[in-house]
Write a protein that binds this ligand. Sequence first.
Ligand code: C2E
Ligand code: MG
Ligand code: MG
Ligand code: MG
Length: 280
Amino acid sequence: QAKASGRNRVQFFDPQMQAQVRAHMELEGALRVAVERSQFSLYYQPQVDDTGHITGAEVLLRWRHPVKGMISPARFIPLAEETGLIVPLGRWVLEAACTQLAAWAADPHLSQLSLSVNVSATQIRQDSFVSDVFRILDDTGADPRRLNLELTESSLVTEVESVIAKMAALKARGVGFSLDDFGTGYSSLAYLKRLPLDQLKIDQGFVRDILIDPNDAAIAKMTILLAGSLGISVVAEGVETEAQRQFLAEHGCHGYQGYLFGAPMPLEEFEHLFSTAFSH
Ligand code: C2E
Ligand code: MG
Ligand code: MG
Ligand code: MG
């Protein structure tokens, strides 16, 4: 029987699927090497308040592959999560961000800037997450009040009690929390009132067509109102046009991020933008 179906069994993996599996394995191998060799860098995307003043940046990971060039985090973060490599990688991002915060703190011109760091669900589920962040804060000397951690709803679907306890421990030291891509996941409004959040981020998927799609507009407006009622701040992501910014502002939004203010950029560019575009 096994012999007779041998041919068919091979067919089960069609060539396209085989190629996909191979590409996936190659990428995973390359990612492992990249973590070991630190082939990553951070880009900084400005976050601005209602006066257009830069208040800080979101740090976004970039992987410069020696052969394939720049690989998008949208491609490698899910893979890093699957393989557990997100844990050392995420730690590296936090260390780099906190090192930068500490460097800025020594410069009166830059010391007011804060940084938002994306934290994946796998990362926060680690038992050592809180002690890792504390150790990084101690080692770098970064001010916890300048550090903001962005969670997605996927962090809040399982082990919610444990995640809330971790957030509370970090908050007690001054670390802030945002809920990223709000409205795109599965979190319930019942959790929202229990989570010690400081900020909701309106996903760019709702901002893109905010002027043409009444449903997107309704969701964005609701998110702004919800944040206001919860007494926390709100940042709109993916703001690309002045018309989008104006619409959001008219409905009470007070934080923005998007190509209108600057794409993610290397550190030197970000510091240059901060010191030239908005002199104070
Ligand atoms: P995110 O946290 O929601 O980050 C915002 C994404 O939107 C970034 O994509 C940014 O480049 C992009 N973006 C910003 N402004 C605009 C705009 O005006 N228009 C458009 N179309 N896009 C805009 P990026 O850098 O490719 O990152 C993708 C995702 O990868 C992030 O989404 C985040 O979920 C994840 N990611 C990035 N860095 C890290 C990291 O260090 N750790 C973890 N766990 N995830 C990360
Ligand atoms: Mg984010
Ligand atoms: Mg987002
Ligand atoms: Mg997003």
